[in-house]
Design a binder for this molecule. Structure first.
Ligand code: ATP
Length: 275
């Protein structure tokens, strides 16, 4: 793996503000150039996530969303810039970073509860994981799957499987949730419902979350702020604050205010003929 998070970022982090004052996640002057084709995927990206904030990134295919998310997750180093979570530079995957993908990726031979405690089992062994069974059941209660502990993935619907993967992400009590289009494989009604569930769970846990999505309404209904990206090279064109009251309800989508926010974001994306 390339190593580009530098001593400068360690130095910067060491001089960071006290925990209570600083953002949970902080990215500054981030660039990424893929060496293989010398392609600059990200240029001068700045981003902050405050505790309890829900942010999204939206932009056309190829504008660098996945690249950004991989760097935030510690799966890929930036070429330059500062990437700091809870005052520590992100140098690789960390247990305080929770991730969720489009597919639930549950192990079919393990029950829902066993899948939830799997990250602990991998990190600390079976005995340690067993101690998390009560917590895993509490998370199943939280996502409305109280009776699914002993159910195998093949018996779960797509929405239920994604609820289990939410529990698996939360079992390590991560500082930040990185969500890579988590409900885009679900039908529209289930997706709407799951988004409202996600909002409820994030509000209950005061979670800090960052969502990659292709859907403008999804980004607006869920987010406190939206990073609108444009490409060539990938950069943040505008950060749009969403000052709709919480909890958000699906029928807000029909209001004039919601419509004008969507139109504004669509306009930004259309500037480069993207949508
Ligand atoms: N490993 C790589 N090597 C070289 N170029 C890459 C690599 N990965 C991505 N790219 C390029 O970087 C740009 C950004 O890709 P990225 O996958 O981050 O975009 P994206 O916004 O997530 O796209 P999508 O919405 O289609 O998932 C694209 O032009 C892509 O071709």
């Amino acid at each position: 793996m390339e190593r580009a998070v530098t001593e400068q970022s360690l130095h910067d982090a060491a001089n960071a503000k006290p925990a209570a004052e600083r953002p949970v996640f902080e990215i500054s002057r981030l660039t990424k150039t893929y060496h293989r084709n010398a392609f600059t995927a990200l240029s001068n990206v700045n981003l902050t996530l405050e505790k309890g904030e829900f942010a999204s990134v939206i932009g056309s295919s190829g504008c660098g969303k996945s690249t950004l998310l991989k760097i935030m997750a510690g799966l890929m180093p930036p070429t330059s810039g500062r990437v700091v979570l809870d005052g520590r530079p992100v140098m690789g995957p960390r247990e305080d970073i929770g991730m969720m993908f489009q597919q639930a990726t549950l192990l079919p031979w393990k029950t829902a509860l066993e899948n939830i405690i799997l990250p602990i089992e991998i990190r600390e062994g079976k005995a340690a994981a067993r101690k998390y069974r009560t917590q895993a059941q509490a998370l199943l209660d939280l996502v409305g799957l109280s009776r699914a502990a002993d159910v195998y993935p093949s018996e779960l619907s797509g929405g239920m499987a994604q609820r289990v993967s939410i529990c698996r992400m939360l079992i390590s009590d991560p500082s930040v949730l990185l969500l890579d289009e988590p409900f885009s494989a679900l039908d529209e009604l289930t997706r709407d419902f799951m988004n409202m569930e996600l909002q409820r769970i994030c509000m209950e846990r005061h979670a800090t979350a960052f969502l990659v999505t292709h859907s403008i309404p999804e980004a607006v209904i869920l987010s406190d702020k939206i990073y609108v990206m444009q490409s060539n090279p990938g950069h943040v064109a505008e950060v749009v604050d969403i000052d709709l009251p919480r909890p958000r309800k699906l029928d807000m989508i029909n209001t004039n205010k919601f419509g004008s926010i969507v139109a504004h974001i669509r306009g930004l994306l259309e500037q480069e003929g993207q949508i």
